[in-house]
Design a protein around this ligand. Sequence first.
Ligand SMILES: *Cc1c(COP(=O)(O)O)cnc(C)c1O
Length: 363
Amino acid sequence: MRHYNFSPGPATLPEAVLEQAQEELLDFHGLGASVMEISHRGPDFMALAEQAEADLRELMGIPDNYRVLFLSGGASTQFASAPLNLAAQGRPNIIDSGIWSSKAIDEAKRLTGVHVAASTKDGNYARAPLQDELVISDDAAYLHYTDNETIGGVQFDYIPQAIIGGQDVPVICDMSSSIMGREMDVSKFGMIYAGAQKNIGPAGITLVIVRDDLLARAPKAGIPTMLDYRTMVKTDSMYNTPPTFAWYLCGLVFQWMKRQGGIPAIAEINQRKAAKLYAAIDNSDFYSNPVELRHRSITNVPFILADESLNARFLAESKAAGLLNLKGHRSVGGMRASLYNAMPEAGVDALVDFMKAFERDHG
Ligand SMILES: *Cc1c(COP(=O)(O)O)cnc(C)c1O
């Protein structure tokens, strides 16, 4: 019996997708072998990979002048790959809005000079920096931001922009925990990347969507082959053996998303899910969320119990009620409910009902 799983990542997957994978597991498309056991270069896997990219392009409206890569190494590897490939002629400008952007800054600093374009650290990351607070350096190679801070529950409600010397500075976004959760105009970005294990699929695969012209910025030498975007573009992300099973599952999730009506339909449900949970938090003195209204995340909702001594009890009782993995990140404390695309609205209803009952019993 499946429970409602609020894990921040690896996160819940659509039940229909898991069922389809189970059905096809032993015998993929009549091959007499699992999709895990066939060559990534054979026609069957190649067809699957092409379909996954086509579905992703359709769902996100990715323009033709962008390449789509399916890589390994997680979003954390992109913290290094982005500066290696795209910052040969200048410094990364990075917006600091929480723990994940701090990690991106630390990693870039190992490789190159970095300019922090704005930070909300002093305010304990209770909001994202605003457009008019950004200070861009004259030598900006790109502007990097983290659309949704998965740990702090802080989400940008705008796409940052920068112009230096009359030129648009390419915007690079770590979209790991918010990609495909709401509509985004891909043409506004130089590059988008995301680990799959939050809103797309299982762990082990990372999406990179990069605009063609930026590939020419890479230095001729000095980038390890596996981290060089040009290698991966040339080889259709198959320079080495890619994570084939994870790739396959992402493809199934894209098809599931299309059946739901695509990103606009899913985004509408996501808005409703988040609104219900924040209302339950705001309408009580028992629960609270520290993030400024306009920057509250729709995918990761941290909340604190007024009486922290009830934390262990909340977790034990919620688990017994079939609501899994609500423990907050150790740096924030309290609880966190992650409401990715695959979390049904009924799961949020069940969580809200539980929270009200728990408050009645212990408030
Ligand atoms: C989870 C997460 C990461 C790290 O992803 P890995 O795939 O584990 O490397 C980076 N950025 C954000 C915003 C995340 O939520």
